[in-house]
Design a protein around this ligand. Sequence first.
Ligand code: GDD
Ligand code: MN
Length: 370
Amino acid sequence: MDTYDLAVIIPTFNEEENIAAIIEAVNKVFQHNGIHGEILVVDDSSKDRTIPIVQEIADQNDNVRIIVRTEDHGLSQSVVEGFGVARSDIFQVIDADFSHPPELIPRFYEAIRDGADIAIGSRYTEGGDIEQWPLKRRVISLGATAFGRILFPEVTDPVSGFFAVRREVVAGAPLAPRGYKILMEVLGKGRWRSFVEIPFVFRDREEGESKLRLDTMTDYLRQCADITYFSAMHRAGSVWDEWKKIGRFGLVGISGIFVNMGLLYALTEFAGLYYLISAAIAIEVSIVNNFIWNDTWTFGATDNLRFERKTPRFLSFQAVSMGGLLVNVVVLFFLSDIAGVYYLVANLAGILVAFAWNYGVNRHYTWKKI
Ligand code: GDD
Ligand code: MN
């Protein structure tokens, strides 16, 4: 299936002010970049003039089509229907309202041509931004994004509506689209290995108004739960991989506590060392223990006897672990001394924050290349 190099899917609902201009802009981008592309408008029975406007353009342009949906109204559903009928092996999804700059389409296209399975337009990576959004929308969006990042820690903007994807990723995937966050569904259930992010500046629409409402929040939470359940059932996919690592990292941490306590006891009781000396040795040995397990088991390093590669990772892990101890103590101090929380509870919070710190920094820094 490669009648076209690229299929640009534009979901629409009441976009009479924008639709002709965005189609023209996308076609210009095709021309200027030598892309043989099609434009597929997927409309949910707009009440305004969107449909006749597109129909007229389609009559004059072979590469423009419109699908008018009459059932199961929804942005995500429309995009998935577009995947089903697009005549290309690469799909690009873009809003009709110029919030997503069409000039960037060739960058998405090239990223996929260069081997990425998904190319994600990100507002939250370096170079990305949002213009003219009221505080309320910013806060809602940041909250939704933060939540999405629990599932996809690597993806800075997992709810972006601006992305490109290879057909194989979504073909046959059990997508259950609902609400606004189609990309989450693709990330959660599609078959992909690699992605790239393309920073872009989101501009709020100048014409018409956003169709996003608050009740899409509950849809979103349901979707997150659904994706988590799916990945647990299939024991595969990026969500599963990530949580497997987090679980292993936690178990290794617990093993370190046993090593630490056992050694503290043995060195003090049997070797007769002063307990603070024992403690220092116990801490260091447990860090070494944790490193070895995390290196080979949690993050699956295979360069086993390559010490010139392991040493930098170990040093980094060591530094992060010391930082973790500090984080633990600082949280303990602030919560108990300043906020008046019972010190054992405060320490538990400290341990959790330190765990998040240790995992996050090691995951993204120490074992970045693995
Ligand atoms: N077919 C169809 N059905 N299209 C829809 C529907 C629908 O029910 N609702 C909205 N659209 C179309 C709009 O016509 C527009 O082209 C695009 O989907 C985005 O709709 P907006 O209403 O402009 O969304 P937004 O600006 O609030 O949200 C944007 O940002 C979100 C992230 O914060 C979109 O890009 C979302 O996809 C994105 O998740
Ligand atoms: Mn918009």
